[in-house]
Write a protein that binds this ligand. Structure first.
Ligand SMILES: [Zn+2]
Length: 59
């Protein structure tokens, strides 16, 4: 016990810079952007783009 290093497994996500650029808005909407037309879906994925009907997933 005490041999393990502190929990350095947690890699800080470098999206912070993007957040700053966006004025502090959370980036949780990024997965919502339609890969086909770029429209922002109103619902969290998986959902369908209201513009073109493309299925938006978390991938
Ligand atoms: Zn779309």
């Amino acid at each position: 016990m005490g041999e393990r290093p502190p929990s350095s497994d947690r890699r800080p996500q470098r999206r912070r810079e993007e957040v700053d650029q966006l004025g502090g808005e959370p980036v949780c909407w990024l997965p919502r952007v339609c890969p086909e037309c770029g429209r922002l879906a109103e619902n969290e994925p998986p959902t369908r783009c209201e513009n073109c009907g493309t299925l938006i997933t978390l991938d």
